[in-house]
Every structure is written in structure tokens, then in C-alpha cells.
Write a protein that binds this ligand. Structure first.
Ligand code: ZN
Length: 475
């Protein structure tokens, strides 16, 4: 799991401590932090995490995750500290821990897990980072090298801007590189022990690594469609293949601790995650059958059905089937001049500009070379729908598709806003003859529905449902 290291923010607040003995090894660590300092560090970093993420608003699920987490923590090397387990309202596939016992798991990763034992494996791994004091050892190394403090003080003021965010992620990653493979394997080993102590199968750890590996394979599949490099977003897990012999070894060490009939609790886990929000939250706008709807902005935009549309909190981008053309939505919060003037300014005086009226709004379409720009004035903002093509030929082929997207600009009514619901997991029972291809036809997930359905049901890349099997679908 990628480890968010937002706690570099509070580095400056720390005084230096002395050597402390490690709760796992019992040996003296080169750690400049006492346990109270560690807990104070965790507490203030936790406040930062809660500002950056929302806590997922489902008390029943929160208490279920907390129950499983507390059980594991009780049987860990540091049962004495106070642990918290929090589900974050994020579609990211992630889990992380802060020093002092603060453990987070996203709703994004929960969607891809299929039993309580697998969730316990994720939590157990994170508890391992806490008990072995990896975060603290990391911090101490940074302090010793005298880099952490200057990084924190230089970049913290920019944290709220996107650039500052990217920078801090980058620096977080650099600081984090010391977590590395050895600490990750140590966490897997500890997590496997904690699983065995609480009567789960330690092998669940290896299954979770497989779940994350499948995410990487899936992203490679999408990256190929989109003509981009695959993301390597499980930085630490990338060095962590499920057939890795060291991983098999460290998890295997827990085998002698495990009980004869370990609990899987698949049905209970699935019941708890029935209704779980999947992918985007409504606040970021949703895409349904290539129609983008954003309740806060109050607008909708419909992209051509064969294009692939990607919505993230920071941008909305659509790509043509051959990836030779793209469209993007941008917003100018303080536009000046008329839509026509705006268009000329943006694309130059040689641009062809036509005025347009869309739902009684002032609008314009401008084109120049392989670029097309739609401008719609609404709610004192300029909505800019920008189209670009790689070649004159692909521009010619996609021009009408781009124009019809611009003309599809729509002001949402209150009834339409209220009808926007997030996608959610729904449990169903597979019928005779069900295939993922068939289920995908009725799915709102769009182009890659078949792969998504296989992934959430742990049958990626080739599996098919068996009649009577409990299935997760997305509605
Ligand atoms: Zn880890």
C-alpha cells in the first residue's frame, strides 16, 4: 500500500528524543523519538489527513472495520497503544498508517476485497508498520540527515495548491523510499502473524498482494488503449510480486501459528460492503454513459458514445477511440468580454468564430488549425470545452463529434441534480449462463465494465461467475 507521508508537515514540531527499544525486535533502534512524541506526531498528522480526505459516512462500516482492526492490534507486538481504524471516502486504492496507531483504509480498496480475512490482511500489514515503528525510524533517518525539517518549512505554505500538492507527494515519495522492500516485507511478516493470532489464514496476505497486482495489470490494459505509460501507483508493491519467494517465505513463517479451520468471513464482509460507493463521489461530478453531470457546478455535458471519458477531482478529459483527438473541460471563474471576444483572444485573430445560443446562454465555437474551442457563459463563469486533434485528418474526422459535445452543454434542473446518485456495489446471485460480458452490457461503468466486474469479484482477467455464486455488481 502506498504510504501517505503527510506527517512530514509536523516534523518541525518535534524535539529530538533518545534511543528507544523496538517493540518487535526488542533491540535498541536508532530512533530519536519517545513513544509519547510518536503518539503526538501521529495525532497531529491524523488531523491533516482528516483535512485532506473525508471520512466515509457509514457508521456501521466504520465500526465493522474498527472491530476487525482492534482484534488484530490486541494480538500485535504493541497492544498497549490506542489504535484507530478509519475508512476514508476516497476511490484511490490505498491503505496507510501513521506513527502512534492511526490506520486508514480507503473505500476504494475495500471494493476490490472479497472477504474479512483479506481486509484483515490489509489492516494487519499496516499495524505491522506501526508496531515495527517504520514511520518513526523513517522520520529519524530524515532528521539525522537533517533534510526533513527544511523540506517541511519550505513547502507547507503551498500545500493547498495543486502544484504544492504534487510537490509534497513527490517529496513524500522521496522521503519514503527508505520504507523500501525490507520494511514492506517485515510488515507482511508481522501482518501474517497477526492474522494467524486472530484465527485468519495468513495466506490472505498473499491474496491481497494479488489483488493489487491485478490493478496494475488492469491499468496496463487501459494505458494501452489510451496510448500512455502505465501508472505504477503501488510504488512499494511494485517491488512485491505475488510469486515472490521472500514474500512466500515471510508469510509462510506464520503457518505454524494458524488454526485448523481459519475464518474467512466472506459473507459477512460482502454484507458489510453492500451499497459501498464505487469510483467517483457525487461531489466531483459523475459520468453515466458518457454524460458528465456536476451537481455543484450545475451543468451536464454529453461526449460521443464511443469516446472514453475520465473524470478526476482536478480534470475532465475525453479521448477519441483511436486516441488521435481529445477534449477537455476547463473553467474560467472570471471571464472578460463576450464569448466571441473570448474565443478570438484564445485562438487568435485568424480563428473562425461563430456565435451560438445554448439554452439561452451566450456561447461561441472557434476553430483554428487542429484546435476547436467551445465557450459557454453560465453562472458568471466561462466553461471552456477544448478539443484538439493530432492531425488535420483526425480533426476533420472528429470535428462534428466535438461540436455536438459543445452543443450538448446543459443546465441541470434541481430534479436532475437530486437524481444524481453515486455508483454503488450491489450484491446479487449469479444465474445459470451469466458471463461478465453479459453483465457488463447492463452496467453503468462504460467501456471497461467487464474488467471492473471481474476485478471486484476477484475473477480477473479470465474468470466467469458460477451459477449461485454471490456476485458484486455496480449500479
Ligand atoms: Zn506497507
Amino acid at each position: 500500500m502506498r504510504h501517505c507521508i503527510s506527517f512530514l508537515i509536523v516534523l518541525t514540531a518535534l524535539a529530538l528524543g533518545g534511543c528507544a527499544s523496538n517493540p518487535v525486535s526488542g533491540k535498541k533502534d536508532f530512533v530519536m523519538m519517545s513513544e509519547p512524541q510518536e503518539i503526538a506526531l501521529g495525532r497531529s498528522a491524523d488531523a491533516e489527513i482528516r483535512k485532506q480526505y473525508k471520512v466515509y459516512a457509514n457508521p456501521a462500516l466504520q465500526s465493522y472495520v474498527n472491530r476487525v482492526g482492534q482484534k488484530l492490534a490486541e494480538h500485535s507486538h504493541r497492544p498497549g497503544i490506542h489504535y484507530t481504524f478509519t475508512v476514508l471516502d476516497s476511490p484511490e486504492i490505498n491503505a496507510f498508517a501513521l506513527p502512534g496507531g492511526y490506520v486508514y483504509i480507503t473505500r476504494g480498496i475495500l471494493a476490490y476485497l472479497n472477504s474479512e480475512a483479506e481486509m484483515a490482511a490489509v489492516l494487519g500489514h499496516e499495524i505491522g508498520h506501526v508496531t515495527a515503528r517504520h514511520g518513526v525510524r523513517q522520520q529519524s533517518a530524515a532528521q539525522a540527515a537533517n533534510i526533513g525539517i527544511s523540506i517541511a518549512s519550505i513547502f507547507v505554505p503551498q500545500l493547498n495548491t495543486q502544484a504544492g500538492q504534487d510537490l509534497s507527494n513527490l517529496l513524500g515519495g522521496a522521503l519514503l523510499s527508505g520504507y523500501g522492500r525490507d520494511h514492506e516485507l517485515e510488515s507482511d511478516r508481522l501482518g501474517a502473524q497477526y492474522l494467524a493470532h486472530t484465527e485468519y489464514d495468513p495466506q490472505a496476505m498473499i491474496r491481497v498482494v494479488g489483488v493489487l497486482k491485478n490493478q496494475e495489470l488492469f491499468d496496463a490494459e487501459i494505458a494501452k488503449q489510451e496510448g500512455r505509460e502505465p501508472r505504477r501507483y503501488h510504488g512499494t508493491f511494485a517491488s512485491h510480486p505475488d510469486n515472490d519467494t521472500r514474500l512466500q517465505q515471510v508469510v509462510g513463517e506464520a503457518a505454524h501459528l494458524s488454526v485448523a479451520a481459519p475464518k474467512e468471513n466472506k459473507a459477512e464482509f460482502l454484507k458489510q460492503t453492500d451499497g459501498l460507493v464505487f469510483n467517483d463521489s457525487v461531489e466531483e461530478g459523475v459520468v453515466r454513459s458518457n454524460r458528465f453531470m456536476h451537481p455543484d457546478l450545475g451543468i451536464a455535458l454529453t461526449f460521443p458514445s464511443e469516446w472514453s471519458v475520465k473524470n478526476s477531482p482536478t480534470q475532465l478529459v475525453a479521448l477519441s477511440p483511436k486516441v488521435d483527438a481529445a477534449m477537455q473541460l476547463k473553467i474560467d471563474p472570471k471571464p472578460t468580454g463576450t464569448a466571441i471576444e473570448y474565443a478570438r483572444r484564445a485562438l487568435g485573430k485568424d480563428a473562425t468564430v461563430e456565435a451560438l445560443e445554448i439554452e439561452k446562454l451566450h456561447a461561441a465555437i472557434a476553430s483554428a488549425g487542429n484546435a476547436l474551442l467551445g465557450i459557454v457563459y453560465f453562472d458568471r463563469k466561462a466553461f471552456l470545452i477544448q478539443g484538439n486533434a493530432k492531425t488535420a485528418e483526425s480533426m476533420k474526422a472528429q470535428r462534428e463529434a466535438m461540436k455536438s459535445t459543445i452543443r450538448s452543454f446543459h443546465i441541470l434542473s434541481d430534479a436532475e441534480k437530486n437524481a444524481i446518485k453515486p455508483l454503488a456495489i450491489k450484491l446479487t446471485s449469479a444465474k445459470q449462463g451469466d458471463t461478465y460480458a453479459k453483465l457488463a452490457q447492463h452496467s453503468p461503468l462504460g467501456k471497461n465494465a467487464e474488467s471492473y466486474l471481474r476485478l471486484i469479484n476477484a475473477q480477473y482477467p479470465q474468470g466467469e461467475p458460477a451459477a449461485g455464486q454471490t456476485l458484486k455488481v455496480i449500479e
